[in-house]
Ligand binder design. Structure first.
Ligand SMILES: [Zn+2]
Ligand SMILES: [Zn+2]
Length: 329
């Protein structure tokens, strides 16, 4: 069977939401053009913008790296990878591969550890929480710490935008979780024009299905990290259940996830969210909160003076090349 886009090469990827069978080249092109269309649609990146890419080393982060390096001046891109400090997960080898891949596109990669930033690694936070009888999952500590490191490093580096590799499945799961919890602030934060976290966060792959990102990574031969986090079994079960429910819906009605997110974008188009300020570190918080989530979590595990209150998280990042054109902050 021939590709239904170019009509000349052999089709090898069936795309249920478009009903087309594509060759590898046209599939890769289709994914890249959806990323590019989403960036244009919401004005995610302006020429000259300094964009910090949050890269975990997983399949999605390689697609983010490659598609942005093709669309934007690579010297205005910088990669950030966060070393969580989870045994067996942050392997040196994966970090080295990611750094090499980034260099191959002309993008510098910086690594920041959760322990340097907060005083404890994710593993140590979980251990301390257990000793103190605090019943919070590893994913809560990890997620809150990572989000904060990303936005603080982006600010420190003078980035205009912070890009993350969330795919369509991630976005729809998060949206539905917010709806189920009745969290309108969280739901609004998902809108591509949201400015709630201080720095503008962008998700260029939000219209790319997870299976497409995995297929793209395979076709392109990316050396992505395959080790699973040891806490995966404790992953919030609501997200895991939603994930399989949504797969079932998508199988019966291909394109459902895309339509859902497009509708949500239109519904949330209007409406600015208000933000509060953490009394301890000054970071943006949800309205009505006295302390931000990270300060609160750390206090619960015995860290009342985390390193980020007293020193720049960039202390370990000296010698950066900067953003090109010699105008790094
Ligand atoms: Zn083709
Ligand atoms: Zn705080």
């Amino acid at each position: 069977m021939l590709c239904q886009a170019c009509g000349s090469r052999r089709a090898s990827v069936y795309q249920p939401h478009s009903g087309r069978a594509l060759c590898r080249e046209c599939f890769v092109e289709d994914v890249r053009s959806r990323v590019s269309a989403e960036i244009k649609k919401w004005g995610m990146i302006e020429p000259g913008d300094r964009v910090l890419l949050a890269l975990s080393g997983g399949k999605d982060s390689y697609l983010l790296l490659e598609s942005l390096a093709l669309l934007h001046d690579p010297s205005r891109l910088m990669g950030l990878t966060i070393v969580e400090g989870i045994p067996g997960y942050n392997r040196e080898e994966d970090l080295r591969k990611l750094r090499e891949a980034a260099r191959g596109y002309g993008v510098e990669l910086v690594a920041v550890s959760v322990k340097d930033f907060t005083g404890l690694s994710v593993h140590e936070m979980v251990e301390s929480a257990r000793r103190r009888g605090v019943s919070l999952s590893a994913c809560t500590f990890c997620g809150v710490a990572r989000r904060r490191i990303m936005s603080d490093i982006a600010k420190e580096l003078g980035a205009d935008k912070l890009a993350t590799a969330h795919n369509l499945d991630d976005e729809v799961q998060t949206a539905i979780m917010n709806i189920i919890r009745g969290d309108l602030v969280g739901l609004r934060r998902l809108h591509p024009r949201s400015r709630s976290s201080g720095i503008r966060r962008i998700k260029p792959m939000r219209k790319v299905y997870e299976w497409e990102s995995a297929t793209y990574a395979m076709i392109r031969g990316f050396p992505f990290q395959s080790a699973e986090c040891m806490y995966i079994g404790e992953h919030p079960t609501l997200r895991a259940r939603l994930r399989s429910e949504l797969y079932a819906v998508e199988r019966r009605r291909p394109g459902s996830l895309l339509k859902f997110l497009e509708l949500l974008d239109r519904l949330l188009e209007a409406g600015e969210e208000e933000v509060g300020k953490c009394s301890r570190c000054g970071s943006p918080t949800s309205p009505g909160r006295a302390m931000c989530k990270l300060c609160e979590l750390l206090e619960g595990v015995g860290v009342s003076l985390p390193p980020y209150l007293s020193r720049s998280p960039l202390i370990s990042l000296r010698g950066l090349r900067g953003w090109g054109e010699g105008d790094a902050p």
